[in-house]
Write a protein that binds this ligand. Structure first.
Ligand SMILES: Nc1ncnc2c1ncn2[C@@H]1O[C@H](COP(=O)(O)OP(=O)(O)OP(=O)(O)O)[C@@H](O)[C@H]1O
Ligand SMILES: [Mg+2]
Length: 546
């Protein structure tokens, strides 16, 4: 028994012993769930009163532990009657009952719901210990039964469980060539974490078929297969990025804060009794490095990075929103410690404030996310990025959800110098193109002075436009090309001055500046003519030192 399933069994046995009448397990892994229930109720170390297990499905009614059919239990009504009359200590597994609770165009079956409610006293107070467990691929609870049904979150299989499956496959195929030592097998199993057991099995089979054996190269196939499966949810994606902390110009405060929380999920951190950080919300002016920071975190913390696209949840492009959200969260938990990046979180929340039509689903999906953020035990660090903070519901910003809210403002002069340096160095790595320009402090100082009010993305764009100019003229890059590109840019801070002001006002009371404190204090005034009110001179977010 793996540690993961032991924990799940303990939680389930607690519900059973406390006589929770109806337990709902939303999972695709019916067989694995049934297996866990059977093991739990047969084991006295988990449950004081050992119970029988009856399983019901639409195709055959109830069957007992030997698989023998129980006569006259094929309809839901007959099944419920059987449960009420039963005098044994038992658990009744009802598969796919969610269809009677109304799905898609199929309306709820009120007779079934009524019968379930009528059976309540019997389940709670009968002399024998009886519980009903619904197992369905989707979570669908009728409003009238919200109070009576407890949801049991069935975790995806752990590395150990997947490892057992791998060993089983190897054992069953004596002719299979396996060029893996113990560590190699462990790596393969680790690569499949985040998949259901069936999906992991499929991934191993595919790896075997494609290479005719199992070896270290199979790892790649498993990763690809996992990516495919995860992408199918439509909202989750593994991000592999080469970006490092050094690729972010400025934002020293934010970087420092993040680096202090690195390794906070390790055993050593536990000795310090520090709680695992929940997450960070990064808001601010568009194009200043919010997404960039999120992408760089994977390398900064050497953890897998999953991107959750909230916008797609409500786009109608993907199936059931709630299922996709649950799957996304359980995948992030399965691969934990991990980073879950929710980009443009406000896009998924429109409906919560009633802006989109479909506020019922949005509210529920958002609620699932919030509750998960509040209660999550596994070390999944959430990085949420947002532009339009007006749409963010207050419950998201409440203390305890995120550890900190950062505001990324227009870059200061020092930050602009750094951003120029990064993008010039990245692109002038070629002797010819860079032969007529010296990337030194003087040049950077001049460029930074000319780009007051530019965001990072505009600086990058200016470098790219200048390179086009040089390319067009078939010559190396000149400083004039950069100056010309800068002069031709109308920065967002001019066109969007009003919305930046609003952002800053919001941030002043709620967020911490991502820029280093000393940098803000030295915030230069290059042009004494300009007023204090100038959008390029003022800043948003509290200045805090970490
Ligand atoms: N601080 C920075 N350092 C280096 N490059 C930057 C910085 N800010 C922006 N850039 C460049 O601009 C690009 C766009 O930035 P990014 O996608 O992180 O912006 P964002 O804040 O997420 O904007 P949006 O709100 O539009 O999503 C980056 O890929 C990077 O090349
Ligand atoms: Mg972004």
């Amino acid at each position: 028994m793996t540690a993961c399933s032991q924990k799940a069994m303990k939680q389930l046995s607690n519900l059973l012993r406390a006589r929770f009448p109806y337990i709902y397990i939303p999972t695709w892994e019916e067989e694995r769930a049934v297996d866990m229930i059977q093991q739990t109720v047969a084991d006295e170390s988990y449950i004081r009163t050992v119970r029988k297990v009856y399983q019901w499905s639409q195709s055959g009614g109830f069957t007992d532990e030997e698989g023998k059919k129980i006569a006259s239990t094929s309809t839901p009504a007959q099944a419920i009657e059987f449960i009420c009359k039963c005098t044994e200590n038992a658990v009744f597994i009802l598969k796919d009952f969610h269809v009677y609770f109304g799905v898609g165009h199929r309306p709820a079956d009120f007779e079934v719901i009524r019968r379930l409610r009528d059976a309540l006293p019997d389940l709670k107070f009968a002399e024998s210990m009886k519980n009903v467990i619904f197992i369905s691929p989707s979570l669908n609870i009728p409003d009238d039964m919200q109070k009576e049904i407890s949801i049991f979150e069935f975790p995806l299989p752990s590395e150990e469980e997947i490892r057992e499956k791998l060993e089983e496959i190897i054992e069953e195929n004596p002719s299979l060539q396996v060029y893996l030592d113990q560590e190699g097998k462990a790596q393969l199993a680790r690569a499949a974490v985040g998949l259901t057991l069936q999906e992991a099995e499929n991934a191993f089979s595919r790896a075997i078929v494609s290479r005719g054996c199992l070896d270290t190269e199979s790892l790649q196939t498993i990763f690809e297969e996992k990516n495919q499966v995860i992408k199918k949810t439509g909202i989750l994606e593994f991000i592999r990025s080469d970006l490092q902390a050094d690729d972010i110009g400025g934002l020293e405060n934010l970087k420092k804060w993040l680096s202090k929380r690195n390794r906070s999920w390790t055993e050593t951190a536990k000795k310090y009794n520090i709680p695992a950080p929940k997450g960070v919300l990064i808001t601010g002016v568009p194009g200043c490095g919010k997404s960039l920071t999120a992408k760089a975190m994977s390398a900064m913390w050497t953890l897998p990075l999953l991107k959750l696209d909230f916008g797609k949840i409500f786009s109608g492009l993907v199936g059931s929103s709630e299922e996709n959200m649950r799957r996304a969260l359980s995948t992030a938990e399965a691969v934990a410690p991990s980073i879950l990046w929710v980009d443009e979180i406000e896009k998924g929340l429109g409906g919560v404030n009633g802006v989109n039509g479909d506020s019922g689903t949005s509210t529920r999906v958002f609620g699932t996310f919030l509750t998960w953020m509040q209660e999550k035990q596994s070390p999944v660090f959430v990085v949420a990025t947002a532009n339009n903070i007006q749409n963010l519901p207050p419950e998201l910003l409440r203390k305890g959800r995120f550890d900190e809210i950062f505001f990324v403002d227009l870059p200061t002069k020092r930050e602009r110098k750094e951003i120029f340096q990064l993008h010039l160095k990245k692109r002038l790595n070629n002797d010819y193109i860079g032969s007529r320009i010296q990337i030194n402090n003087d040049l950077l100082e001049r460029l930074a002075l000319e780009t007051e009010g530019f965001v990072g993305a505009e600086i990058e764009q200016a470098v790219v436009s200048a390179l086009y100019e040089a390319f067009f003229n078939s010559r190396p890059l000149l400083e004039e090309d950069l100056e010309y590109a800068i002069r031709s840019t109308v920065p967002l801070s001019v066109t969007q001055a009003e919305s930046i002001r609003a952002l800053r006002q919001w941030a002043n009371v709620r967020a911490v500046a991502a820029t280093a404190k000393e940098d803000l204090e030295n915030y230069e005034k290059s042009d004494p003519e300009e007023t204090e009110n100038d959008i390029r001179k003022s800043r948003g977010g509290r200045s805090l030192d970490f």
